[in-house]
Design a protein around this ligand. Structure first.
Ligand code: NAD
Length: 399
């Protein structure tokens, strides 16, 4: 029996990870979800899992020492997967304080609780000695690396510098790229926003616990995720919703900023692999080989929705506008975000070659699946949108 503590499991990626793990490991697994249920965490996202006897849900804050210590004591946790975070860059610009509290203090509190619970006071040569088979996995982001240069001239074929990776990814994934620089695990951290500064600090604490106390840890640094249950303030779900409502689609600046997009289930698979097969103490970058300018993402969403609506007229009842209005004229350029990073691009050679992971879902397939999920789950969206988000400035939309 393996027992997982999944923090932030009522949020977008955490919930998708829990769903993936429960489906994959039908026996021998227990998951304790701890989530503060901020505006971004919703029990409706994990409704089925709450009824699963393998899952325990605890409403709690990762900064709460008593609560976290009690969870370790009660549930004999083997793995911690720390998703809990304030995750929205625009919110971090408006209110950095809570990012420091949750993302840094919360992570350090979890590290300390794991250290105490997993050693039970045992030491050798002054270092703590840990129970076999335990690990702390910090879910981090490519944003800690800062921003890459980009040439807008033309997309060119990515020259994969590793033959093994080339074989693995074959033509399953888009290999377009907007530059020849990539983030590797050796890239120096250079966070630019309060969000990425808080995530980088948390990464340093994780590394410090590994070095100072020999805590078994991994850090994964992933690019932008998309998929079901993504909170509607983020780029892709916001655009889908605005298309359905016939509202303008706000695009920062000229829409030329480049992000790498990964289907969320592929991220869950990567975390599962790193947790069980990753070398202790290592950082693994996780990326989708799927760089795209924001404007191209927005255009694709418009085109895909329009296409689905024409092929399957039953979905037209979801439209609050005329089908003819679903076109690129909905795009509305708005003032750029402060300090908007130009390009993020991940080099996932290490996880690909060491652990055999690769992004399995091509973007064309993933985006259609995602759009269909939103079309089929408007009740979920409405429940979320009727809450705190309705008071939120709709211009603020990106990760
Ligand atoms: P999210 O905002 O959808 O979910 C965060 C969850 O954490 C919510 O359920 C929220 O209620 C919970 N939470 C917040 N503060 C908490 C606290 N103090 N104690 C307990 N729970 C708390 O975020 P997400 O997009 O699912 O991201 C999850 C993690 O993955 C984050 O650490 C983020 O930095 C990282 N990440 C996200 C992306 C992405 O594209 N979304 C990419 C790479 C890495």
């Amino acid at each position: 029996m393996k027992r997982y503590l999944v923090t932030g499991g009522a949020g977008f990626i955490g919930a998708n990870f829990v769903k993936y793990m429960l489906a994959k490991y039908t026996a021998g697994i227990r998951i304790v979800i701890v989530d503060k249920l901020t505006y971004a965490g919703n029990l409706s996202t994990i409704q089925d899992e709450l009824n699963d006897p393998r899952v325990t849900f605890i409403k709690g804050d990762t900064q709460d020492q008593g609560c976290i210590a009690e969870i370790f004591k009660q549930h004999e946790i083997d793995y911690v997967v720390n998703f809990a975070a304030e995750s929205h860059v625009d919110r971090s610009i408006a209110n950095p304080q809570v990012f420091l509290e949750t993302n840094i203090r919360g992570t350090q509190n979890l590290l300390e609780a794991a250290k105490s619970a997993w050693t039970a006071g045992k030491e050798k040569d002054g270092y703590p000695v840990y129970r076999e088979g335990v690990k702390f996995l910090q879910v981090s982001t490519d944003e800690v690396y800062g921003s890459l240069a980009k040439t807008f001239d033309e997309a060119r074929e990515l020259v994969l510098h590793d033959a093994e990776m080339k074989r693995l990814v074959k033509d399953r994934v888009s290999m377009k790229t907007y530059g020849d620089q990539f983030f590797t695990e050796q890239t120096a951290l250079d966070p630019r926003s309060p969000y990425s500064a808080s995530k980088a600090s948390a990464d340093f604490f994780v590394q410090a616990y590994a070095e100072t106390y020999r805590l078994p840890v991994n850090i994964t640094r992933c690019s932008n995720n998309y998929g079901p249950y993504h909170f509607p303030e983020k780029l892709i779900p916001l655009m889908i919703q605005n298309v359905l409502e016939g509202k303008p689609l706000p695009v920062y600046g000229e829409g030329k900023n480049v992000r790498d997009w990964l289907y969320v289930e592929d991220h869950a698979k990567a975390i599962d692999l790193v947790l069980h097969k990753g070398r202790s103490g290592e950082v693994y970058n996780v990326g989708g080989f799927n760089e795209e300018e924001n404007i191209q993402i927005v255009r694709r969403i418009i085109d895909t929705i329009s296409d689905i609506m024409m092929r399957e007229p039953k979905y037209q009842t979801l439209l609050k506008t005329d089908l003819n209005h679903i076109n690129h004229s909905l795009i509305s350029y708005v003032q750029d975000r402060l300090g908007h990073d130009l390009r993020y691009a991940i080099d996932p050679t290490k996880i690909t070659t060491e652990l055999g992971w690769y992004p399995e879902t091509p973007f064309e397939l993933g985006i259609e699946k995602t759009i269909r999920w939103y079309l089929d789950n408007q009740d979920w969206v409405n429940e979320i949108v009727s809450g705190e988000y309705t008071n939120y400035d709709e211009r603020m939309y990106q990760k």
